[in-house]
Design a protein around this ligand. Structure first.
Ligand SMILES: O=C[C@H](O)COP(=O)(O)O
Length: 257
């Protein structure tokens, strides 16, 4: 089964709304139709950038997809500081990251909350990029597969197959995020393969074969090809390297690296 690779740039808390427009224009200028035929390209800017990115993408009919880095579990109301799925879908977001390790670590997000956010995303026609992955202690104990599969189970609780078949799962070992310490291609394959196996158990092999599983953690143009060569890795969730447009374009063109 061929799955369209998804290269997504998670800008995290970087680039203001003016910088976001300049950065997206630079990407749009560099990317050609043949890039989009081979790879789906997405950016996940901060909330305050989304309107600017939308205006650019709509106005110039760009093929870059975009989405948010988080979503509220609630649809509206007295939740100061939160952004709802309805607001994101009104801005024509395609994707929303859920359960990024930085949200789990600094905002105490649990698997139950991730599950509620996955449901909120689907209520509003957004595609979740569910982030999972173990910390260093878990890795040292050799528990990375079980730990990550528990996160998958928790976030997908009561999610029907008709929804789950469109999910994207990003395996991001926490010890490899922003550290320059990339997982080996074999490390990435071990867990990504196990995630696909779990999807087959929870749903069906047919569904598992459709779902795109990304690797994230210090992905750069120099290591992306080896990671993408793994059978169960269908893309990358890129942090730091996505802030450099030239570098991100090289990652999108991983087959040339
Ligand atoms: O969402 C992206 C990941 O946290 C990876 O970040 P990084 O590429 O800077 O290691």
């Amino acid at each position: 089964m061929t799955r369209m690779p998804l290269m997504a740039g998670n800008w995290k808390m970087n680039l203001n709304h003016l910088e976001a427009i300049a950065h997206t224009q630079k990407l749009a200028f560099a990317l050609a139709d043949k890039d989009y035929e081979a790879v789906e390209v997405a950016v996940l800017p901060p909330f305050t950038d989304l309107r600017g990115v939308q205006t650019l993408v709509d106005g110039d009919k760009l093929k870059i997809k975009y989405g948010a880095q988080d979503i509220s579990a609630h649809d509206s109301g007295a939740y100061t500081g939160e952004i709802s799925g309805a607001m994101l879908s009104k801005l024509k977001c395609t994707y929303v990251a859920i359960g990024h390790s930085e949200r789990r670590q600094y905002h105490n997000e649990t698997d139950d909350l991730c599950n509620a956010k996955v449901k909120a995303a689907y209520r509003h026609g957004l595609t979740p990029i569910l982030c999972v992955g173990e910390g260093l202690e878990i890795r040292k104990a050799g528990q990375q597969v079980q730990y990550t599969l528990n996160q998958v189970d928790g976030a997908l609780k009561d999610i029907p197959a008709e929804q789950a078949e469109s999910i994207v799962i990003a395996y991001e070992p926490v010890w490899a995020i922003g550290t320059g310490e990339v997982a080996t291609p074999e490390d990435a394959q071990e867990v990504c393969g196990a995630i696909r196996g779990r999807l087959a158990e929870l749903y069906s092999q047919e569904l598992a074969d459709k779902v795109r599983i990304q690797y994230g953690g210090s992905v750069k143009s120099g290591n992306v090809a080896a990671i993408m060569a793994q059978p169960d890795v269908d893309g990358a969730l890129v942090g730091g390297a996505a802030l450099d447009a030239d570098e991100f374009v090289k990652i999108v063109r991983f087959r040339d690296q």
